[in-house]
Design a binder for this molecule. Sequence first.
Ligand SMILES: *[C@@H]1O[C@H](CO)[C@@H](O)[C@H](O)[C@H]1NC(C)=O
Length: 286
Amino acid sequence: MPSLALSVLVALVVSGLQVSAQNCACGYKDSSGHVWREAIVSTFTQSSGALAAVNQDWIVATDFEGQDGTATANIQYVSANVFQYQDALGLKASAYTGGGSVDCAEIFTKRSDILYGSFRMRAQVPSVPGVVFGFFTYISDTQEQDIEFLSSDADYYQRLYYTNQPGLINGDTDPNAAKEVVVPGADFTTFGVHRFDWLPSQTVYSYDGSGVTSQTVITKNVPTTPSEFVLNVWSNGDPQFSRGPPTADSIATVQSVNLYFNSTSVSAASFNSACSAAGNIAPCSV
Ligand SMILES: *[C@@H]1O[C@H](CO)[C@@H](O)[C@H](O)[C@H]1NC(C)=O
């Protein structure tokens, strides 16, 4: 049936998947049993290099973000700070030289149609103080869910900031939307997997690394709008949050980012017909 075979191919191309040996036309089943139609798998350790994986699915930010309030410096995202580093992807905020802005790093997906999914990265956090390392969905300041690491925290190697924005209510932290989690025994400076599963009713944040696991659920402010996915390392010198700016380069090292998701671009009906055309094979386990 050439037309069905063609539609499978088109669905794969449209969804940004590489047509590879593994056929996941019936989607991806995650460890919680949820099925996702599409995937972006960025393996920064691949032989063709981290930046080749970046260029396939991500945009490197180059914008200037002027800061106010208690910030002491502006943010300048620069492409040079997204770089091949130790057989992985490096994202860095550069040592501050006093020029008024900090050179920082950000990548975001070319796609901004992601709506629900299971998102994982295998990474080491920056250990030079004064930066924020973020792994998050974003479409607006009130439709955003974040994992953040603050390298100025004394226990930065085991403290997580999980937030479904807005994380403030009447100017104070909203404990139902923003949770600070310390994982005893964890060492985020070694490679481990940070994950969140964005579901309609909740965001399930988790960590699996250094021989320990941890899970935190946030049911408030779960985003409902198609979004992009973002990783960044930044500082604005704000004594109330990022602190810094860093006095030496502060680098996050990312081996992989695997995003399994549904989007507003591939309907359930077109997914089902592509799966059926592929013989209703089992979903790929992820
Ligand atoms: C994602 O897509 C799958 C396959 O179409 C569907 O079964 C599932 O309910 C969707 N998940 C969400 C959260 O919409």
